[in-house]
Write a protein that binds this ligand. Structure first.
Ligand code: ZN
Length: 350
């Protein structure tokens, strides 16, 4: 066997193709994984649609995707911890190991960071090679689709738990898959009034299922006023901005109580303009920029949340497609009428 089927960004333009690709080369520190499930991230949609960010970042041709779970079928000669037969998921940061951040315990913000499926060939394929360092061993009790979404669950965990939420009022702005996972984490960790906002009713319904006490649509209601009413005029203690929408960011800040904590994860197409004096500084807001999972403190939390059942992401996984139907999956993601969408290689269980 020398080739496999994969979703390939062939040219720097909209779309991708499902075609034959060479089997990935396994370097001395790499493991080769047979993909059992590969979930779609918003980043993949940016790459598929070929927006400005993708045009500046992605080099074609490249296999798309970075979220996955699967079985290790080969290991490089220097690999020491991972064995053939291990059931793994990918941490997707590939740090250099040499820079200041790497040497001081923050490899996830490495100065020379590469990202699996962004700077390297990815997971929308029958097989993927990745550094041993990035292979996270899963409990066999987790299904491949649940194991695959530990990576975005980690983003949600770091956003919600930049500080504690127990006994606090909390707003999650934006209910895409990571926002929905954030709702689940905040619920599991003892947030009291837990508000979720989105303009999509399908996603608001999912937010209610994941534990939101109030799911509000800013296209239909004055969400700032509603949140102030729900919190006795105080505003929420914690605001997690997951939407990357500038208007939603302003609303999120306005619904916070002075002295509250804001965690920002959503990425903005254009730099948003903020009245820092009045929206942040004079209100004593603590702002955390969240770039995603720590290696590997976040992963232990994610795995424990899933294994204990305290976070059950299954309602968020709304659609599954054979990998060859990735076009349909991307269109569905773009519509907003989905939670997490999972691609299954031929022969992988539905
Ligand atoms: Zn580094």
């Amino acid at each position: 066997m020398t080739t496999m089927k994969a979703v390939i960004k062939v040219r720097p333009e909209y779309g991708a193709v499902f075609a034959e690709a060479p089997l990935p080369k396994v370097g001395p520190h790499d493991v080769l994984v047979k993909v059992q499930a590969a979930s779609i991230c918003g980043t993949d949609l940016h790459i598929y649609q070929w927006d400005d960010w993708a045009a500046h970042r992605i080099k074609t041709p490249q296999i798309m995707g970075h979220e996955l779970a699967g079985e290790v079928i080969e290991v490089g000669r220097e690999v020491s911890q991972i064995r053939v037969g291990d059931y793994v998921t990918a941490e997707t940061h590939i740090p250099c190991g040499r820079c200041f951040q790497c040497k001081t315990g923050r490899p996830e913000i490495c100065r020379n960071l590469k990202i699996l499926g962004v700077d390297t060939d990815g997971s929308f394929a029958e097989y993927i090679a990745m550094p041993e360092l990035d292979a996270w061993k899963n409990s066999p009790r987790l299904s491949p689709e649940v194991a695959a979404i530990q990576e975005p669950l980690g983003n949600a965990i770091d956003t919600v738990l930049a500080e504690d939420v127990a006994g606090k009022t909390c707003a999650i702005i934006g209910c895409g898959p990571v926002g929905l996972l954030a709702v689940a984490v905040a619920h599991a960790c003892g947030a009291t009034t837990l508000v979720a906002t989105d303009v999509n009713e399908f996603r608001l319904d999912l937010a209610r299922k994941m534990g939101a006490t109030h799911a509000l649509n800013p296209a239909e209601t004055d969400v700032v006023k509603e949140v102030l009413d729900l919190t006795h005029g105080d505003g929420v203690d914690v605001m997690c901005e997951m939407s990357g929408n500038a208007r939603a960011l302003h609303q999120g800040l306005a619904m916070m109580t002075p002295g509250g904590r804001a965690s920002l994860l959503g990425l903005y197409k254009e730099p948003p303009s903020l009245d820092l004096n009045n929206e942040v500084i004079m209100r004593g807001i603590r702002v955390f920029g969240v770039t995603g999972r720590t290696m590997f403190g976040t992963w232990f939390k994610a795995a424990r949340f899933l294994e204990s059942g305290q976070v059950d992401p299954r309602p968020i996984i709304t659609h599954r497609f054979p990998m060859r139907e990735f076009d349909k999956a991307m269109d569905l993601m773009a519509s907003g009428n989905s939670g997490k969408v999972v691609l299954l290689p031929d022969g992988a269980g539905a």
